[in-house]
Write a protein that binds this ligand. Structure first.
Ligand SMILES: Cc1ncc(COP(=O)(O)O)c(C=O)c1O
Length: 394
């Protein structure tokens, strides 16, 4: 395979962390580009049709579906894991893809295996979205990953503080072998991000700091201007809020890969903090009236969640919790309110149904979720849990 030593190193790290083979890992400039290649090849191999996903997600997880010419269909999510509920799933006859998203990093192995079985029986490929759970995949009882394709992100607000990059695993045992062979071939031969794009990945954090120090209107204008003249690469572009994927799929440059490799040295410590925070929230909020938990997020042993989700009585209460946590120094933001975060500019392009009565759990989560921070460990989680208790009882 024609890849750089830096790509090889990341593939080896991902393989070691997941018990897989480095030859099955491929690097992309952003995870969405890997998803786009996968969706395009699935459509080419299996034909036109729909991709079943969820509204409780980022629009960049749906853009590849639309850009590949598949039709997004939004399924109900479970109240235990905030992921497509296999028991409630009614697949359309033309389903080609089912997205298995580990929302907030919650992995429910039983539901995942069931979802894969249902999808495969209907002739649909499963793309596992591990954007929130880096190097953690749903596995069967024998420890083998269950999805056909698994997508991992090194992007903005994810586990590594690298802002850019994605890693795609292609299952060598997938029953869709002709399709996965094409996906491997495409991913292996993508062009590499050039010098200009690499320079934008270098200045991303600097510009975000500048925006944060400006009044909102000035920050917006500067951001838009710099983006228009090609001097800033936004996390989500306006085109990406209209159902497109910005830029052609490509691989990361050696410099971007080096940043990812360096960042991996922090991952174990970070995961430990997040695991401890998850366990602390599960204990501190177990029996608090007015707070509902996600049972798979409270599983024992605890998982290193990217955010700890709770449901409260209404949106205002959820927003108050988020505000007060931020004021107390525990920064967080709500994922995913609005749905298809950060909110789309053209709902028709996304085929968002006007009638959402068929997905009540999903909409209840969108409306009343607060996603608590896990990056500061158990003590911080207990302090945030105190804020939650005080807000819900006031
Ligand atoms: C659930 C989910 N899937 C996929 C992506 C896309 O990842 P990337 O930014 O690396 O393209 C995101 C990004 O926010 C995400 O939140």
């Amino acid at each position: 395979m024609n890849r750089t030593p830096e790509e090889e190193r990341i593939a080896t790290i991902m393989a070691q962390r997941t018990g897989t083979d480095p030859a099955d890992w491929f690097l992309t400039y952003k995870a969405r580009h890997g998803m786009l290649v996968a969706c395009e090849e699935i459509r080419a191999g299996l034909g036109e049709g729909s991709a079943v996903t969820q509204l409780l997600t980022c629009c960049t997880a749906v853009d590849p579906i639309i850009a590949a010419g598949l039709t997004p269909v939004y399924a109900e999510v479970s109240r235990c894991a905030a992921s497509i509920c296999p028991e409630k799933l009614r697949l359309p006859a033309d389903a080609r893809v089912v997205m298995l998203q580990h929302t907030y990093g919650i992995i429910d192995e039983r539901d995942s295996a069931l979802l894969v079985r249902i999808a495969h029986e209907a002739g649909a490929c499963v793309i596992e979205d591990c954007a929130h759970g880096l190097a953690r995949m749903a596995c069967d009882a024998g420890g083998r990953p269950v999805a056909d394709i698994s997508v991992h992100s090194f992007g903005v607000e994810k586990m590594l503080h690298t802002q850019f990059g994605g890693a795609i695993w292609v299952n060598p045992a997938s029953p869709f072998s002709a399709v996965t062979a094409r996906i491997r071939e495409r991913l292996a031969t993508l062009p590499v991000a050039g010098a200009h794009l690499t320079s934008l990945t270098r200045t991303f954090v600097f510009w975000n700091r500048v925006y944060n120090h400006l009044p909102l209107a000035c920050a917006r204008a500067l951001r838009r201007g710099l983006t228009a003249v090609g001097l800033f690469e936004p996390a989500v572009s306006d085109d990406e809020r209209r159902g497109k994927v910005s830029r052609e799929p490509m691989r990361p440059s050696a410099e971007m890969c080096s940043r990812v490799i360096d960042a991996f040295s922090e991952l174990d410590g970070d995961m430990r903090l997040r695991t401890e925070a998850t366990a602390a929230y599960a204990e501190a909020l177990a029996d608090v009236p007015g707070v509902e938990l996600f049972s798979s997020a409270c599983a024992d042993p605890a998982q290193p969640l990217l955010k700890f989700p709770i449901l409260v009585r209404d949106r205002a209460t959820a927003d108050r919790i988020t505000e007060q946590a931020c004021v107390a120094g525990y920064y967080t933001s709500t994922w995913y309110r609005p749905y298809l975060g950060p909110g789309v500019l053209d709902e028709a392009a996304y085929r968002v149904p006007a009638d959402k009565s068929g997905i009540p759990s999903c909409m209840r989560i969108v409306e009343t979720v607060a996603t608590l921070p896990t990056d500061q460990g158990a003590e911080a989680a207990r302090a945030v849990a105190d804020i939650v208790r005080s807000v819900v009882s006031s």
